[in-house]
Design a binder for this molecule. Sequence first.
Ligand code: ATP
Length: 358
Amino acid sequence: MISIQVKQLTKRFGKVVALQGLDLAINPGELFFLLGPSGCGKTTLLRSLAGFFIPEEGQIFFGEEDVTRLEPHKRNTGMMFQSYALWPHLSVAENVAFGLEERKVPRPEINRRVAEALASVRMETYAGRKPNQLSGGQQQRVALARALVVRPRCLLLDEPLSNLDAKLRLEMRTEIRRVCKEFKLTTVYVTHDQKEALSIADRMAVLDGGRILQVGTPREVYTRPTRKIVANFIGETDFLPGKIRQITADRVTVETEVGTFDGMLGDPAAVTSVGKEVTLSIRPECWNLGSAAGKTVNQLRGHIGEAVYLGEVAQYEFITGNGTKLKIHERNPRYLDGAQRGELCATVAPEDVVVLLE
Ligand code: ATP
């Protein structure tokens, strides 16, 4: 298992700065995701790790080794890309063996390693088939076996599941995690699919404009975003502007147009003061709806506007007295007839109110 360290990496394409002095440390054996809006630099970072792009500045270390300028085929990475097609004229086993033949590995060892790699992705019985005799998910498993067979130091995955339908994606993401952990592979995974990242990542980084905005476990990033842009990018949220009224050891009290809220700083290291303008981020599932109001803080009065029933959850538009609209999700929905119920009270725990400075 190796760590991956990226230090002050800058990559430019003409005038476009795709990566700007980016620092990142990935732990040995970690399944690490890169997320962020289109054009934020995810693929550039992954391809720099693979050696397809040489950065203008900065360094990349695999363990202790500086690989910044090492050629791609000498880095010993396993890769699986969305467009990483299998050779149509070769069988499954021949496709998997290809990388080993290139490396002039002796035939008996090739046979043994191909069998091992196919078994690890549960495709051993398909060794003789051609790619066009396989489903999309099976082809993806073969691509994964092909990445694993060279015994890579790390695995680099760029949208590996984006060609698959929803059900297969679910199945394959668990499979990818299983294989990464079984082979103890440090893995860097680029995706647009937040659920994919939230469900299987050990940690993730959110990028924007060639920089890293936040790194953390899925739970840290989702429940404690450090900036508005992260809160907005991962999951759904509503923002309420306000001003800080009081700061205590573990709470920040914020005055907004719709009421007073106790919350927690998204970035616990942030320095702030009473009177500062901030933004509250509250996720739709954090609200509790009821008819009785008993508190003076962390509650809103209003009524339900539009309601969408989705079975296990309902999505409401909650409209406060001054016309502010918020999203509220209710599990096991009870207030679908909210429009007839008149005024309701929505409450939220201070732990679920994230106070953001930027
Ligand atoms: P997406 O989610 O859309 O795949 P991304 O986060 O992977 O985006 P990159 O492909 O890394 O983004 O691109 C980062 C920036 O660098 C973008 O502004 C892109 O237009 C630019 N860029 C990437 N590759 C090249 C290239 N070969 N030539 C010129 N500009 C490029």
